[in-house]
Write a protein that binds this ligand. Structure first.
Ligand SMILES: NC(=O)c1ccc[n+]([C@@H]2O[C@H](COP(=O)([O-])OP(=O)(O)OC[C@H]3O[C@@H](n4cnc5c(N)ncnc54)[C@H](OP(=O)(O)O)[C@@H]3O)[C@@H](O)[C@H]2O)c1
Length: 332
């Protein structure tokens, strides 16, 4: 038996319940892990509320696909992993199939990465979603290079901070966009070259100012909605807006026609474009692993919550006040 978080109905954070369930043995290609830390992501809040890109197919439903722990048992056909090994679970499967919000969980072995010595469980549960998303979009998909300017919205989110660090590490210039001025100083400390406060400043005007009128080669946007029209004014000719989130919850226009049909690229993106492609995944894993080893990649963990406070963790996520990653820890 193990405590597992499930929801029996679609709704707010209060629908999350901690229940005692039989976990069982892993099947072919699966492992059972003792979960030590769980990475909390926007996707789970959207899935729980019925607003995610995939709906909960059966209720009650588990949730969560990013964690760190230790392998307890490996099912038939699992190679390369052994009992007692410290691992990270990389978000690469559907919440409908497996859920790591639990003391123990069965997950596909294909979602595991060995956790290097010195990478603790909290760090091991906090790096993969942000960096696979950011590195994958910026480098593998958009082709960002040294000297490019990258505008990053929702900059204080875990993905935003990973994007700032990724651009910085590759010699590109990260321009952070955040809603309120209170996060400005910390964003500069995390490597942002410029910080634009969207509640107070003209975002496009400021981007044009800091790029000498050229505009940014890339915009990585987690907000979407009507603000995209403004962001499009800040994009250099043949530049690209990558939409990786929709925090605004509002319909997103295609701004090209109103701007006179400039050479503007705009696309949506999920990190599945990386996890489902072995070559991209190998390069992304190498980027993150080397960054952790050398210390050039520094996950920002905002707050830890014990598993018993999963509802509070989701309420805190939805408050929008975070700066970095929220992690749930599991005491055994
Ligand atoms: N495409 C993918 O594969 C993928 C993977 C992971 C995450 N994501 C997306 O990346 C984004 C960040 O995810 P996360 O889990 O790191 O953090 P999160 O909790 O979703 O983001 C929190 C941040 O978003 C900003 N924000 C919150 N509400 C907002 C609103 N109504 N309008 C504008 N901005 C708002 C705030 O940043 P400021 O205060 O700095 O403005 C806040 O600190 C999410 O949109 C998520 O869906 C996408």
């Amino acid at each position: 038996m193990a405590r597992v978080v499930r929801f029996h109905e679609i709704g707010g954070p209060e629908v999350l319940r901690l229940e005692d369930l039989e976990i069982g043995e892993p099947g072919p290609g699966e492992v059972r892990i003792r979960v030590d830390a769980i990475g909390v992501n926007r996707a789970e809040a959207l899935f729980r509320s019925g607003l995610y890109i995939e709906r909960a197919k059966h209720l009650p439903s588990t949730l969560g696909n990013e964690a760190a722990g230790v392998i307890e048992a490996a099912g038939p056909g699992v190679a390369g992993f052994e009992e007692g090994q410290a691992v990270s679970v990389v978000p690469s499967f559907s919440h409908n199939d497996y859920g790591v919000y639990a003391e123990r969980a069965i997950v596909p072995a294909s979602a595991l990465l060995p956790r290097a010595e010195g990478v603790d469980a909290v760090t091991g549960s906090a790096v993969w979603m942000p960096w696979l998303t950011a590195y994958g979009a910026m480098v593998e998909v958009a082709g960002m290079r040294a000297g490019d300017v990258a505008v990053v919205t929702a900059a204080s989110s875990s993905v935003g901070l990973a994007a700032i660090q990724t651009a910085d590490r590759l010699g590109a210039t990260p321009v952070a966009v955040t809603r309120t001025r209170d996060k400005r100083r910390r964003l500069l400390q995390e490597g942002a070259a410029e910080v634009i406060v969207s509640d107070e400043e003209d975002v496009a005007g400021r981007v044009l100012e800091v790029t000498g009128g050229r505009g940014a080669e890339f915009v990585f946007d987690a907000v979407a909605g009507p603000g995209v029209a403004d962001l499009a004014r800040a994009v250099a000719p043949d530049g690209t807006i990558v939409l990786w989130g929709a925090q605004s919850g509002l319909p997103t226009p295609y701004p090209g026609f109103d701007l006179g049909m400039p050479a503007l690229n705009m696309r949506t993106y999920t990190m599945l474009e990386i996890t489902r492609d072995p070559g991209r995944m190998r390069r992304a894993t190498a980027f993150v692993t080397s960054g952790l080893r050398t210390g050039s990649l520094r996950p920002v963990v905002d707050r830890l919550f014990p598993l018993e406070e999963v509802v509070e963790a989701h309420r805190y996520m939805e408050s929008g006040t975070r700066f970095g990653k929220i992690v749930i820890t599991v005491a055994h």
